[in-house]
Ligand binder design. Structure first.
Ligand code: ADP
Length: 343
């Protein structure tokens, strides 16, 4: 095989990889590239014959090419380009004929890096969320140890604070496990035709005393005939979450209304409250894990900040979605969209 043939084979192979590949000659000029590299690093002019430093200015990369060309050594570097994309780059000497060349493979890590950040944030959120009730439990146990046990009047109160915080940790762990099961694809939904009105009325019964304690009226405008296509247990879980939130965040004496509408081939189930509404900057993040408008207030009400995230995941498992609209001072409407059973 002569050098030209070898080069042709190399070029054909490189074009099949998704990784970016650049080859330079002894003078640091680009002598080979694949389509991915051209699109990423030199979209407007052909890379042919350009110096590597004109295409990518990073000194580390230049040094890696120097090592490969002058010393015949391989090296690995991390590279971030102007657009914020990140790469692990492997540079090695390349011999295709008489000439000395160097070849660099760019493995993009942007997405993995982002996932790593998300993972770390999630862990730090969990630790923080668990520590708060734990600190409180420890403080009250200490108080009891330091003589509080003999304080008949306060003893019950201390114990009930300890219980409440332990229950909080329990709920939190249950929600975290639930979310991670869903995210790991371990939760399967079995959609069937479900009578929506009956389901909503059952939830109203379950949440009735909570609503009454805040003098909130629960209303449903759903036609008794309406059937939606969903896993009834999961649909109930989503609706309990949304209706429970609506009761918690509505104003005292307000109304929570659940309604249904068929739009094209979607069933839209809405849960509206007459609370204070949500500011646009919170609205866009509200389905994120642990995101809460008012951390202290949510905690006070036994919230974990995971409910809406679970709702969104469950809706997506049904090939649907969850969304929110809100008018400040008037209230919020959370909506579950589900693909309809029939048109
Ligand atoms: P939480 O356990 O705190 O209720 P969620 O994920 O269910 O967690 O909700 C996240 C946050 O979204 C809540 O803490 C609250 O700030 C806001 N939120 C949810 N539902 C409503 C609503 N109906 N009205 C106003 N704010 C709401």
């Amino acid at each position: 095989m002569d050098e030209k043939e070898r080069r042709d084979i190399l070029a054909a192979l490189l074009d099949t990889t998704r990784e970016c590949v650049l080859v330079t000659d002894e003078g640091y000029r680009i002598s080979g590239w694949n389509e991915a590299a051209r699109r990423t690093f030199s979209p407007n002019i052909s890379p042919e014959g350009r110096r590597i430093s004109e295409v990518l200015r990073e000194l580390d990369l230049h040094e890696a090419f120097r090592k490969a060309l002058d010393d015949g050594l391989e090296s690995d570097i991390r590279l971030e380009i102007g657009t914020g994309r990140k790469f692990d780059v492997h540079v090695s000497p390349l011999r295709l004929g008489e000439t000395r060349e160097a070849i660099a493979f760019f493995y993009e890590t942007t997405r993995l890096d982002r996932l790593e950040v998300v993972r770390q944030e999630f862990l730090s959120n969990i630790s923080h969320e668990l520590r708060t009730p734990l600190t409180s439990i420890l403080a009250f146990v200490e108080t009891l140890e330091d003589g509080g046990v003999d304080d008949e009047e306060n003893k019950r109160r201390f114990l009930s604070v300890i219980r409440r915080n332990a229950e909080r940790m329990n709920t939190l762990i249950a929600d975290i496990l639930e979310l991670s099961q869903i995210e790991a694809g371990k939760v399967a939904v079995e959609p069937k035709a479900v009578g929506l009105s009956g389901l909503v009325n059952e939830i109203f019964t379950d949440l009735g005393s909570k609503a009454r304690s805040r003098e909130i009226k629960l209303a449903s405008t759903i036609d008794p005939e309406v059937r939606v296509f969903a896993d009834s247990q999961r649909l109930e879980q989503m609706l309990v979450n949304l209706i429970d939130n609506a009761i918690k965040f509505d104003r005292v004496g307000g109304t929570v209304t659940v309604s249904h509408e068929r739009r094209d081939d979607l069933d839209l189930i809405s849960v509206s409250d007459t609370g204070e509404g949500i500011l646009p900057e919170h609205l866009v993040r509200i389905f994120e894990r642990f995101y809460r408008v008012d951390r202290a207030r949510s905690r006070e009400m036994g919230g974990t900040g995971l409910g809406l995230s679970i709702v969104k995941h469950l809706a997506r498992l049904h090939h649907g979605d969850a969304s929110v609209e809100s008018v400040l001072g008037r209230g919020s409407t959370f909506r579950i969209e589900l693909p309809a059973l029939e048109k």
